[in-house]
Structure formats: structure tokens, C-alpha cells
Design a protein around this ligand. Structure first.
Ligand SMILES: Nc1ncnc2c1ncn2[C@@H]1O[C@H](COP(=O)(O)OP(=O)(O)OP(=O)(O)O)[C@@H](O)[C@H]1O
Ligand SMILES: [Mg+2]
Ligand SMILES: [Zn+2]
Length: 228
């Protein structure tokens, strides 16, 4: 059997004897960092994937979270916020997708960002990436020589994707949105879709295949307008 490696002995040989100083300035009796700094570093490392997810949310919507007062002011009706909290539970636990429909300015993106953030806090990690993506940008992105654009590939690969404002893209770009929705559906990855278009319009625009992949088994939340 291998003998335990004499770590302390090795350290004192290679690093010389103390006193040592932590990066925070505190004196410590070993090389490296003090206990509080070590804990802080470990916490930051664990939070990094969640931070990356939150940073994918546009700065304008970084405020959006379920415990933010503004969410109840900017999203109408307020009942939609409760529906979104329930949808978040279903997304985090069984991977159920979410669709948020409503007219311009009704709070779709705000609500969707609050969901994405909550999911990232609960499920996010190195193995479970949450991402925000604007449908317009994915639609307009082109990969080299007809391959998928990095943006599109990333949208397909994300464990949980917020695909914002589906339906605004040009007819020529629509294929890329359809492709993302198809691939994610095939891989059983949950997607949070927001759209200013009612289900029949989405159906007419994308056809039954995409339509079914968006709505089937998803939590459907209507905000603003005639649904108040
Ligand atoms: N950072 C912000 N500062 C001020 N007001 C904001 C901010 N973010 C959102 N709002 C307001 O909250 C309301 C909801 O906005 P949100 O963008 O979520 O709606 P939306 O349904 O996604 O709109 P659109 O159809 O234009 O994408 C709007 O009145 C908007 O002006
Ligand atoms: Mg929006
Ligand atoms: Zn320290």
C-alpha cells in the first residue's frame, strides 16, 4: 500500500517556513488562503455557472426576479406572476417548457427573465446551463458555409433556453428559429418562449410542427391585453 503523502512536510520544504499571509492580508500558519477566504473562493466557484446564466440576460432585464417589487408593477395581470412561479417549479422539477404570450410592453420579457433566473438559481450548474437568447439575433446569425451559427448551436445546446420574442424575425430567418425549437424538442430540453403573437398566428406562421413543439405540454401564460 502507498504511504500517505506528507503534504505538510512537502510544503515546508518547498515553501519554507511561515509566517504566511493570505491574499486578504491576514496572517496564517500555512501557505495559501485563510479559512474564510477559502470558503469564499469555493462559494464563488460554485456560483460561477449561475452568474454566467444571469449575465446572458440583457442588462435592461437584470432587475427581473420574483422578489422584485417592480415585477408586480410591470407585469399585468399580477396573477401572471403567480402562474410564472408555478411554471418555474414545473420547469425545474420535470423540465416543462413555458410559453408567455402578450402584446408589446405587457411584461413578457421581464417575466421570462425572472423565470430563467429562478431556474438558474435552482438547477444551474456546470452540467445545467441556462441561457437568454433573442430570437431576432439567432434568426439573423449565419454560420460559415451554411453551417449552424455559434449562436444557434449554443441556443440548441443550452439546458434551459429563454427564446425571447419569437415571431419578429424575417421569413428568411424563420428556419433558424424552427431548427432551434425542433432540436431542443427532440433533445427534451425545456424552452421558455415569449411571443407577441397568439397561438393561431404562430401556427399560421410556422406550421403545425413548430407550433406543436412550442405549445405541447408547456405552461401557457397570457399577459396584458384582452386576457387581463
Ligand atoms: N429596466 C427597465 N426600466 C424601466 N422600465 C422597464 C425596464 N424593464 C422593463 N420595463 C417596463 O416594464 C414593462 C414590461 O416590459 P417588457 O419588456 O417585459 O414587456 P414585453 O412584453 O417583453 O415587451 P415587448 O413586446 O416590447 O418585448 C414595460 O412597461 C417596460 O417599459
Ligand atoms: Mg419583450
Ligand atoms: Zn483571507
Amino acid at each position: 500500500m502507498m504511504r500517505d503523502f506528507d503534504f505538510v512536510g512537502w510544503l515546508s520544504q518547498t515553501m519554507g517556513k511561515g509566517p504566511w499571509k493570505c491574499r486578504c492580508g491576514v496572517a496564517i500558519d500555512h501557505p495559501g488562503v485563510c479559512d474564510p477566504c477559502g470558503e469564499k473562493l469555493a462559494r464563488e466557484q460554485a456560483e460561477a455557472p449561475v452568474r454566467t446564466a444571469v449575465e446572458s440576460i440583457p442588462p435592461r432585464f437584470r432587475w427581473a426576479r420574483f422578489d422584485a417589487e417592480q415585477l408586480r408593477e410591470r407585469v399585468r395581470p399580477v396573477a401572471a406572476v403567480q402562474q410564472a412561479i408555478e411554471a418555474t417549479d414545473l420547469l425545474s422539477s420535470i423540465g416543462q417548457s413555458v410559453v408567455i404570450i402578450g402584446p408589446a410592453g405587457s411584461g413578457k420579457t421581464s417575466l421570462a427573465c425572472a423565470i430563467l433566473r429562478a431556474v438558474a438559481m435552482r438547477r444551474g450548474g456546470h452540467a445545467w446551463r441556462c441561457r437568454f437568447a433573442a430570437a431576432l439575433e439567432i434568426g439573423a446569425a449565419r454560420g460559415a458555409y451554411g453551417t449552424r451559427s455559434p449562436l444557434e448551436s449554443d441556443a440548441i445546446a443550452a439546458s434551459c433556453l429563454l427564446l425571447d420574442d419569437v415571431g419578429q424575425e424575417t421569413e428568411a430567418d424563420r428556419i433558424h428559429i424552427a431548427e432551434v425549437l425542433h432540436a431542443r424538442h427532440d433533445a427534451e430540453r425545456p424552452t421558455i418562449v415569449t411571443s407577441a403573437f397568439e397561438p393561431p398566428v404562430i401556427h399560421a406562421r410556422y406550421g403545425g410542427g413548430v407550433d406543436r413543439r412550442i405549445f405541447e405540454g408547456a405552461s401557457l401564460i397570457f399577459v396584458g391585453g384582452q386576457h387581463v
